[in-house]
Design a protein around this ligand. Sequence first.
Ligand code: PRP
Ligand code: URA
Length: 209
Amino acid sequence: MENVTVVDHPLVQHKLTIMRTKETSTASFRRLLQEIAHLLCYEVTRDLETELIDIETPIQKMQSPALKGKKLVFASILRAGNGLLEGMLDLVPSARVSHIGLYRDPETLEAIEYYFKAPSDIADRLVVVVDPMLATANSAVTAVDRIKRRGANNLRFLCLLAAPEGIKRFQEAHPDVPIYTAAIDEKLNEKGYIVPGLGDAGDRMYGTR
Ligand code: PRP
Ligand code: URA
């Protein structure tokens, strides 16, 4: 699939299997999401530019590579995006963070915004939007619309599970934004849940329902 990277790594797939299992506890679910976020973060940052800087080791001076340019922005779609965000920040602790509060109306499945905060200079930075689930893509499309309105023009979308319907809709709305995911599932059910999926990511992370 064009512009979609499936991070098909044995560790990711193993951890995802435990997350999908309905008996998995809230604590384990959260920890596994954070661990998978490390591996997804590794992929989404794979092509970041570096530059040589002058340093001195205890032995001698050398030129050594360091990340080039402005710090990244991780944009978390609340609530469940925060599970991925934690793991991303473990690897890139200096990243700036944007929060976009959205919930799905259970009847219409439209994404309703209740919170938005982003760095003012977001236009100069690479923005990685994170949310574990790309189902209808209403949330992801709305979040990326919002961030683009703030000025961002260099974005990536990172999730754990994607439905084919969500990928199609997202790519129609934002063809310039590459998608990174751990897996592409079969379909959506009549309630807009990913099948086979893992259920409601926010509820499983926080023990709500
Ligand atoms: C879930 C999930 C995504 C959204 C995906 O959030 O975390 O944000 O659904 O579905 P979509 O692609 O059809 O928009 P939810 O609305 O349940 O909110 P929550 O994270 O606060 O639980
Ligand atoms: N949101 C979730 O948390 N799970 C789904 O399967 C679909 C949307």
